[in-house]
Design a protein around this ligand. Structure first.
Ligand code: ADP
Length: 229
């Protein structure tokens, strides 16, 4: 799996397999430990039962996300994704992405109507990855700002969170790359394996969408997408 991409990116096979194994080991351990706790004490203690169930659910979701991301990238490498491009409206797509997040921290600033050719499902996935990160790496408000001109539009995902250092910015689109190696993520149970931006970039490239990143450690980040019609 990913052999071509691995060669292209020069990712050593050992590291590549180690990355995947590491990502799977943590949730498997969580599930195993909590099942043991439940077997021993859980049934009589409603609080412990609830805590165990929540942890098991999050661990299972993390594994599911990892597997889905790996499958997405495998199909990307094999060139078997089929994009169905139609005329889409930018504000509508972002409205549905923000709604889906169900997060009251998100504020959306709409722009003029902007139509362009794209696959709505892939685009929603791409925007969703940027929004997910803005929420995951910040605590305060996240702004999604749309600005449309005649021939191009921009979408900004603005957060005032932990930020990214200049040296990390170059690498965050790489597979399995995490700037927060020490797991300083604000919601560290929801473990994302460092594939979201790789997927988002792949989708952006298929739509000739340019991505600009501005960020400062401790201050926050802005991911700007530039879309031409
Ligand atoms: P992950 O699944 O770890 O979120 P991504 O590929 O989506 O992986 O992002 C790669 C890394 O880029 C993250 O681990 C994080 O360190 C950094 N990053 C991405 N978006 C942000 C953001 N809005 N603020 C701070 N760091 C970010």
């Amino acid at each position: 799996m990913f052999i071509e991409q691995r060669k292209k990116n020069n990712i050593p096979q050992k590291k590549f397999i180690a990355d995947i194994s590491h990502e799977l080991r943590t949730p498997i351990t969580v599930i195993k430990n909590y099942v043991e706790i439940l077997e021993n004490f859980g049934a009589e203690d409603p609080k412990l039962f609830h805590e165990s169930m929540t942890a098991i659910k999050i661990a299972a979701e993390n594994m599911q996300n990892l597997v889905e991301s790996l499958l997405f990238l495998a199909r990307a490498d094999e060139n078997t994704h089929s994009l169905q491009k139609i005329s889409v409206e930018l504000n509508e797509i972002l409205e549905s992405v923000v709604k889906l997040s169900k997060n009251p921290r998100v504020k959306i600033i709409f722009g003029e109507k902007f139509h362009f050719m794209g696959d709505p499902e892939f685009l929603k996935k791409m925007f969703g990855e940027f929004l997910k990160n803005s929420l995951l790496y910040s605590k305060g408000k996240v702004t999604v700002e749309i600005h449309a001109e005649k021939n191009f539009a921009t979408v900004k995902f603005i957060d005032m969170g932990i930020g990214i250092s200049a040296e990390d910015i170059e690498k965050i689109f790489d597979r399995f790359y995490r700037a927060d190696k020490s797991r300083t993520k604000l919601d560290d149970k929801k473990n994302s394996p460092g594939l979201g931006l790789t997927i988002a970039k792949w989708i952006a490239d298929r739509h000739e969408i340019k991505i600009n990143v501005e960020s400062e450690l401790g201050k926050g980040s802005t991911f700007e997408l530039v879309i031409e019609n």
